[in-house]
Design a protein around this ligand. Structure first.
Ligand code: SF4
Ligand code: SF4
Ligand code: FES
Length: 490
């Protein structure tokens, strides 16, 4: 365990620790471009140069291991001059794109130029190397080669994380550029991480480009509910509109995000987002839709079934269980989901596409109910006149519902989720619009924080259920999602 001194502070570190990592432990930030904590060390950008006593030259902090007795300086005049020179070198051929570049405001070149350089360019615009600009590359990215500083993070991400190796550095010297290998496409399911790790505006997200200047964005930490992995994310939003999701790296679950999860927020802005109820195929105001659903429930009393959903929060499932047991007073309710869970691609994407299979279990433990097989059997045999559930969960009973004559009333956030033949649909506030508790495949409990508000009049599902109960005669008395959680242990 070597002990070293960095900027006058001593630290003992594990053998093999780099100077950059040791400095980080002391709270000392060393600038970097090519270094990324989850990628192999490349040591090509030289931005992390530091002075080490007795070493004849400056050393790269990202690739130099700590050795007993080292005395390191990260802010000496020599180091500052080296940083200035590295920046001048990188900026020689960098275009003057900042006013139109999406990276502006979070760009490694801009930030370090302000911190360490502020020098005027000694090169004329006419002498700059020109490279290919604005080329769509894969379904999610645009590549601007002129902005690239050849740090190779993108190349290493594709070879080390997704192991799909689509990218390569072509040519040599100032003719070098990043390109796709012959016959490859950048569609590996995790490609948007490249826009995050590219330290400049060379790789940008096709979804986010030109939508919003980053300094206008507010940041809310929450959870991706695109599958049972439950990655932690930061939602970037402004004036009640989400513009992008980026990873909130954590040791338990995720450094990265998959492209599917990253774009789940778009359902909120889709043209089929439900703000009203739907009866048969017609849109109807919320109140009459609720009364209509309540009337149909009353009409079918004695033959009503309620099913929870692994796509809903624990609060919403608990409210449905209360509705079934205390208001509709049926024994035909089901909170029985046993999807296989686990990472299916060795990175993040889960075998279970529903975010809360594990979170429905405590609801079942508290309320009991019948199995999915029993419910399907009762529907198929014509004993159930009305089924109330969430739209995606209804698809699980598709075969049983066929020709059963059962009226289906669903809760849905988007029209595209509504199963064919549903009698009525009640809208509810979606994942990013209301708080909720979910349990991921590792058993980690996560509460979401809504970055935006639901459309006017659209309420959380537990609230819609509460209203439905009061319209059909027996109030559940739920004033909050926490009220619904009473009696549930998890
Ligand atoms: S495109 Fe971005 S991540 Fe890739 S080498 Fe260039 S600067 Fe680095
Ligand atoms: S792996 Fe699952 S939870 Fe993670 S980002 Fe993708 S969809 Fe979201
Ligand atoms: S961060 Fe060390 S050489 Fe690039």
């Amino acid at each position: 365990m070597p002990t070293i001194t960095i900027d006058g502070k001593s630290i003992e570190v594990e053998k093999g620790t780099t100077l950059l990592a040791a400095a980080q432990k002391l709270g000392i930030y060393i600038p970097r471009y090519c270094y990324h904590p989850k990628l192999s060390i490349s040591g090509n950008c030289r931005m992390c140069l530091v002075e080490v006593e007795k070493a004849p030259k400056l050393l790269t902090a990202c690739s130099t291991e700590a050795a007993e007795g080292m005395v390191v300086r990260t802010t000496s005049d020599k180091v500052k001059a080296a940083r200035r020179d590295v920046l001048e070198y990188l900026l020689i051929n960098h275009p003057l794109d900042c006013p139109i570049c999406d990276q502006a405001g979070e760009c490694g070149l801009q930030d370090y130029y302000m911190d360490y350089s502020l020098a005027r360019s000694r090169f004329s615009m006419a002498d700059k190397v020109r490279r290919e600009k604005r080329r769509p590359i894969g379904p999610n990215l645009v590549l601007d080669n002129e902005r690239c500083i050849l740090c190779t993070r993108c190349v290493r991400f594709c070879s080390e994380v997704t192991k799909t190796s689509e990218l390569e550095v072509m040519n040599r010297g100032d003719h070098s550029y990043i390109d796709l290998k012959e016959g490859k496409a950048l569609d590996n399911g995790y490609s948007l991480n490249i826009a995050d790790i590219c330290p400049v505006g060379a790789f940008t997200s096709r979804d986010f480009r030109f939508k919003q200047r980053v300094w206008f964005l507010k940041r809310t930490k929450t959870v991706c509910l695109g599958c049972a992995t439950g990655c932690l994310v930061e939602a970037h939003h402004n004036e009640n509109v989400i513009y992008r999701l980026v990873p909130d790296p954590n040791p338990e679950t995720n450094t990265w995000l998959c492209d599917h999860g990253r774009l789940t927020y778009k359902a909120l802005q889709a043209g089929d987002r439900l703000k009203k109820g739907v009866i048969k195929n017609g849109l109807i105001e919320l109140e009459p839709a609720l009364r209509e659903a309540a009337t149909r429930i009353d009409e079918a009393r004695g033959a009503v079934a309620v099913m929870g959903s692994p796509w809903l929060s624990i609060e919403d499932n608990a409210a449905l269980a209360r509705l079934a047991r205390d208001s509709v007073k049926t024994g035909d309710y089901c909170f029985d989901f046993n999807f296989e869970q686990g990472i299916k691609d060795g990175i993040l994407i889960n075998k279970d596409q529903a975010p809360n299979t594990a979170g429905v279990r405590p609801v079942k433990a508290a309320y009991g109910g019948i199995s999915m097989g029993e419910l399907a059997g009762r529907i198929a045999s014509g004993k159930i006149k009305l089924l109330l559930t969430e739209a995606r969960a209804a698809a699980l009973l598709k075969d049983a519902l066929k020709d059963s004559g059962t009226r289906v009333v669903v809760f849905a956030a988007n029209r595209g989720e509504i199963p064919a033949g549903a009698y009525a649909t009640l809208p509810y506030a979606a994942y990013f619009e209301t708080p909720g508790t979910f349990i991921n495949y590792q058993g980690l409990r996560r509460r979401t924080t809504p970055p935006v508000a639901a459309p006017e009049g659209v309420k959380p599902l537990w609230d819609v259920v509460n209203k439905l109960a009061s319209y059909s005669g027996a109030s559940l008395g739920l004033d909050s999602g926490d009220d619904a959680l009473k009696g549930i242990s998890f």
